[in-house]
Design a protein around this ligand. Structure first.
Ligand SMILES: [Fe+2]
Length: 294
């Protein structure tokens, strides 16, 4: 059976791309470059040509999440599989593949309208990453999306896309967080319910860093430069990630995380962390009013 191998890219639209670009360089620590036509800003935290691609948009918007399915044969199998399940999908254009630096992709929407791209052939940059501060990122770890109905989303991602349930964390009666994996990492996709009056959106992008030092260096750097730290340093109860979150001017946060748990599909049983579970077992709370969970 063909499966999703990994989460690879996030495409966003943001109102003030210059500000976001400067923030990516000066605060996040990543090189940022523009496409030849200037319409896309590429943020490069690791060996791939980019992990976050930003266009200019009137409001912050998630343009796509790019997943790796392996190659052309697997993508063809996905076309058949999605069609059989009544999912309306579309082919990419050659221009879009150039823009995303991938071989090919197909795209469709999840139940909340979040665009998902099944792709292959992600371009690697052979030049070492020139971080603007002392930092080493291993990979794009996961994203957290807000959704109208976390159970409906769980059913779609597990039933249609083959994700596995790692656990639920019930923060309170309303905030029930769902964590799904597509490989040995505890989660590649996480979902939270929308806050009242808010629309589904990209809440954060997690970058897995090489060492605990990278988390703590990031924390002190961001704190000293008065960047809007959302949470942390702290540790999540379920995935064990030691984290710091910073809110970007793109309307979403970036999480620097280390110690993210790996699960064995053969033995892991999904867990429900009961109502009252903290999101940080060290007791930290939300620090910046710009940072919202839902
Ligand atoms: Fe996270």
């Amino acid at each position: 059976m063909t499966t999703i191998h990994d989460i690879m890219q996030v495409g966003v639209g943001i109102p003030d791309r210059d500000r976001f670009e400067n923030f990516a360089r000066d605060m996040l620590g990543f090189p940022a470059s523009r496409s030849p036509d200037g319409k896309v800003t590429y943020v490069r935290p690791d060996q791939y040509q980019h992990r976050i691609a930003a266009c200019t948009a009137p409001e912050p918007v998630l343009r796509y999440i790019g997943f790796d399915v392996g190659g052309p044969q697997q993508l063809a199998e996905w076309e058949i599989k999605l069609t059989a399940q009544g999912i309306h999908w579309r082919h990419s254009s050659p221009e879009e593949c150039v823009e995303r630096h991938v071989g090919n992709f197909i795209e469709f929407k999840d139940p909340d309208g979040h665009p998902l791209a099944l792709s292959y052939g992600f371009e690697v940059d052979k030049e070492p990453v020139r971080y603007t501060r002392d930092l080493s990122v291993l990979r794009l770890g996961h994203v957290l999306l807000t959704v109208e109905d976390t159970q409906r989303t769980h059913d779609f991602y597990t039933g249609v896309l083959g994700f596995r349930l790692s656990d639920w964390v019930y923060v309170d009666d309303n905030i029930r967080l769902c964590f799904l994996r597509c490989n040995e990492r505890h989660h590649s996709m996480a979902f939270a319910p929308c806050m009242p009056g808010k629309s589904p959106r990209l809440q954060h992008v997690m970058l897995e860093v090489e060492s605990l030092d990278d988390v703590m260096r990031s924390y002190h750097f961001l704190r000293m430069h008065k960047a809007p730290i959302g949470m942390g340093p702290g540790r999540h109860p379920n995935c064990h990630t030691i984290h710091v979150y910073v809110q970007t001017p793109g309307g979403f946060a970036v999480e620097f995380g280390w110690g993210h748990r790996r699960l064995d599909d053969a033995t892991h049983q999904p867990i429900v962390y009961p109502i009252g579970s903290p999101v940080d077992i060290w007791g930290g709370d939300i620090q910046s009013p710009e940072f919202e969970l839902g």
